[in-house]
Structures are given as C-alpha cells and as structure tokens.
Design a binder for this molecule. Structure first.
Ligand code: FMN
Length: 303
C-alpha cells in the first residue's frame, strides 16, 4: 500500500492534491462528480466580509493553452458561508481551506476573526494576489512591505494556520516569499494568475470588460515550476505549487521540484474528475517505482 499522505507541519493531508480556489466553487458543486473525501483537500472560492457581485461580463477568454479570467471575486460573504455552506462542508473528511480576501488589511483580519468562531476549517489561504479585482492589477503581494503588513496582521488575528498565496507578477518572487515568512506565514502557495489581456480585432477592443485578467492553465506551468524552484531553495516553510496542473505527471514535476502539495485549478473546468484522476496517477507512479511513501520524492530534483 502506497502512503500518499504529506505532512505540512501544521496539517497532515491524506494526499498532496488540493483543488484551487475559484475553480472548485465552494466544493459542494463538485460533489455530484467526485467523492470529495478522496481529496487531500480543497480551497473554497475567495471570501470577502460582505457578498460581492464580481466584475461585469465578458469575464473569461480562452487562449492557446490557457484561460484569462477577470471574474473579480464574486462571493457570498463570510456570514452566509458560515451559516449555510460550512455546515455542509463539515460532513466531508478532507482538509477545507478558506481563501480569504480583503480590500484593506483590516478586512482580511475581520474575515479571519469571524471564521475563527466556526469549526471545520483546516487553514486560511490568504489571497493577496488576485490580479483582476482592481483595473491596475495592484495587490499586496506585489510589494514586500505590503505583504509583510497584511500577513503579520492576519497572523495576529488568526487561530488557524495561514497559507499566503503569492503573485507571479513580480520581478523577484523570493523577496516576497521571504517577507511573508518573516511575517509568520505557516506556508506559501505559488501562484495566482499572470496579469494578461486579449484583444478583439473586429471591435479593436479588449475582450474582457475589465481590460486585464489573469492567465492560468497549462501555458503557465513552466513559469511556475521555475518560481517554486527558486522559492523552495530560500524558505524554511512548506510551499504548495499551483499552475497548469492537469495530470499526475504535472503534479510530480512540482513535488520533485520541492512543493509539498499541489493545487489543481483550470483543469477542473475541462474535467471535473481531474483531481481524483491525478491522485490515482500518483499512486500508480509510486507503485511502479517501488515508492512506499510519496513524501520521499519531494525535493529530489537533481540539478
Ligand atoms: C475562474 C478562476 C477563478 C479564480 N478565483 C480565485 C480566487 O477566488 N482566489 C484565489 O486565490 N485564486 C483564484 N484563482 C486562481 C487559481 O486558484 C490558481 O491560482 C490559478 O488559476 C493557477 O492555477 P491553474 O493554472 O491550475 O488554473 C482563480 C482562477 C480562475 C481560472
């Protein structure tokens, strides 16, 4: 029997495969397609304190090997999530991670303070990196100073482990990762989407109503693998890899590079069973190679 579990220090996952925020609804939407209990965990859609409608359409455009979204973080808000959704999620035996958003540092802290009162959440993932909420794509994860201040405030407010989700839209991702580590984050997740745009040659207008959106999907995997490699060589805390993962092979590339776990995003839209198929593929790989514990392959990259 292959042991697929991975220990992030603050949480032990039954396997390293999580579903990524914003591509998996609140989890329940996927329960008709897959057994959620099989997952290492899932990250729910980003939550602000109050409900939000998100951006105006068009909010999605496909590109070769990718998807650009400018959804703009619509959501039910923290109260309805706690009252109506979380009681349903508690029935599942898997890690439930809440993706926390805020328009100010104080809003991040108040979302966390409200959720601290609820049972059944394994960790918070701090979304300081969404490129399509403001038209200029600005967010705290673009600056070491802003990253430090939001992460340290949330850590003070949180009764649970905090995973800080970084943006790829920076010159030096290691600098931001070190800032988040210094501020006390328990783990890092890399990355959110790449700031992007698409043009309609008939109308000569940007396709997305927001002009800019965030690129995800297979096109970004090599870029993110490079960032994960750079970051794991510099930090002491666990790193979760996110970007373009749609197969066991993709997930293995991240684990070998040093990610302790992975999140699967855009691929869930193509096949809602992707996450469980990846778990099966990891199991098959380990069995073929005679690997008893998947943890032993983490960070085994030979450079
Ligand atoms: C439609 C869509 C919505 C997303 N919403 C969120 C979100 O609410 N919070 C967040 O942190 N990331 C969000 N993301 C980013 C993903 O979680 C993930 O970081 C990114 O898509 C890269 O992974 P992928 O290439 O596997 O899709 C969203 C991505 C997509 C495509």
């Amino acid at each position: 029997m292959t042991d697929l579990s991975v220990d992030l220090g603050f949480i032990k996952l039954k396997n390293p495969v999580l579903a990524a925020s914003g591509t998996f609804g609140y989890g329940l939407e996927f329960s008709p397609f897959i057994d959620l209990n099989k997952l290492g965990g899932f990250v729910v859609k980003g939550l602000y304190f109050s409900p939000r409608p998100g951006n105006l359409p068009p909010r999605l455009v496909e590109t070769p090997g990718g998807l650009i979204n400018a959804i703009g973080l619509p959501g039910v808000g923290v109260e309805r999530f706690s009252e109506e959704i979380l009681p349903e999620l508690r029935k599942y035996n898997t890690a439930i991670i809440v993706n926390v958003c805020g328009e100010s540092n104080e809003e991040y802290a108040s979302v966390v303070e409200r959720l601290n009162k609820e049972e059944g959440i394994s960790a918070y993932e701090l979304n300081i990196s969404c490129p399509n909420v403001k038209k200029d794509g600005l967010c705290p994860a673009l600056s070491p100073k802003d990253t430090f201040s939001v992460v340290s405030l949330v850590k003070k407010s949180s009764s649970r482990p905090v995973i800080t989700k970084l943006s790829p839209n920076v010159t030096d991702i290691v600098e931001i990762a070190l800032s988040a580590q210094e501020a006390g984050t328990d783990a890092l997740s890399l990355v959110n989407t790449f700031l992007a745009m698409a043009v309609d040659i008939e109308t000569k207008k940007p396709i997305l109503a927001n002009t800019f959106g965030g690129l995800s999907g297979p096109a970004i995997k090599p870029l993110v693998l490079r960032m994960v490699y750079q970051v794991v060589s510099h930090v002491k805390i666990p790193v979760i890899g996110i970007g373009g993962i749609s197969s066991g092979k993709d997930a293995l590339e991240y684990l070998i590079t040093g990610a302790k776990a992975v999140e699967v995003g855009t691929a869930n839209f193509i096949d809602p069973e992707t996450t469980v198929k990846i778990i099966e593929e990891l199991k098959t790989y380990c069995q073929k190679k005679g690997i008893d514990k998947i943890e032993t392959i983490i960070g085994t990259l030979k450079v």
